[in-house]
Design a protein around this ligand. Structure first.
Ligand SMILES: [Zn+2]
Length: 274
């Protein structure tokens, strides 16, 4: 189910070290916690750790936000860090959850309040392998206004089908704290996402989904970039001419084959700082 892009081609010393730590940290089949799907591929854990670091380094997440991946041994499980700042995540912080977002082996660790975003999207979208939730700042104006986020250039072709806006008031009423803190809200958010790669969240942030960790990092980064560029175009006073649907679809298809290039750059930049 995982794309081959999830397997590092050139690990390097840091990559090998991360894989070794991951292999030591996650439960084995023989002594896994009851109900566990078993140890994920260490390369998958290593990529998830790197994704956390890249998303911080690229300004998508800060102390908040999270990235998950579907378990490679069981599509009804997903992997997500314990509640902590993404930039500080190491392999030992990665936890296994079922699709109701209950941790399989919590061991007293705090979990993200908004983990239900992940479980409910994985339930609704069997094609989704990785998810990013963030509050990346340039996206917020589009979540809070009627101005639609559309692809400004080919790199953001994945936005060609639009980014629907989730309004928590519809499912949660007028007095929530805006967080997706239960399965009902997660299910409503997943329904708004529908078949799209990105959904915006009024008064909150956004969610990106994709077929692999590398693809979802690409989409999360370029959702933020596209929002910044679109805002600049709007500030110029004109009316941006976006990619049309055919151009966007063709560009997305091309870019989906190229996500490894920025991944390697972002990885080197992020890990060089850690
Ligand atoms: Zn949030």
């Amino acid at each position: 189910m995982l794309c081959c892009c999830d397997v590092p081609h050139a690990l390097g010393r840091r990559g090998l070290l991360a894989m070794a730590i991951a292999a030591a940290a996650m439960p084995r089949h023989g002594n896994a916690a009851p109900g566990s799907a078993g140890a994920p591929d260490p390369a998958l854990i290593a990529d998830l750790v790197v994704a956390n670091h890249i998303l911080f380094d690229q300004g998508v997440v800060d102390g908040f936000g999270h990235v998950s991946v579907r378990h490679d041994k069981d599509p009804n499980r997903y992997l997500l860090a314990r509640s902590m700042a993404p930039a500080l995540v190491v392999a030992d912080d990665i936890m296994e959850f079922d699709l109701d977002s209950t941790p399989v082996d919590p061991r007293g660790r705090a979990v993200y309040l908004e983990r239900f975003i992940h479980g409910e999207i994985y339930k609704l979208r069997p094609d989704v392998v990785a998810i990013v939730h963030s509050h990346s700042p340039s996206v917020i104006p589009f979540a809070d206004s009627k101005i639609t986020l559309r692809p400004m250039n080919h790199i953001a072709g994945f936005l060609g089908t639009g980014a629907p806006v989730f309004d928590i008031r519809v499912a949660g009423g007028p007095a929530t704290d805006m967080l997706i803190r239960n399965n009902a809200l997660g299910k409503a958010l997943a329904a708004t996402l529908g078949p799209h790669p990105v959904t915006l969240m009024r008064g909150h942030g956004s969610v990106a989904v994709a077929q692999s960790i590398r693809h979802v990092v690409f989409r999360a980064v370029y959702t933020e970039v596209n929002a910044r560029v679109e805002a600049e175009a709007l500030a110029m006073g004109g009316k941006p001419e976006f990619l049309n649907a055919q151009e966007a679809a063709a560009a997305m298809k091309t870019n989906d084959g190229l996500v490894g290039r920025p991944w390697e750059l972002w990885k080197r930049h992020a890990e060089g700082k850690s």
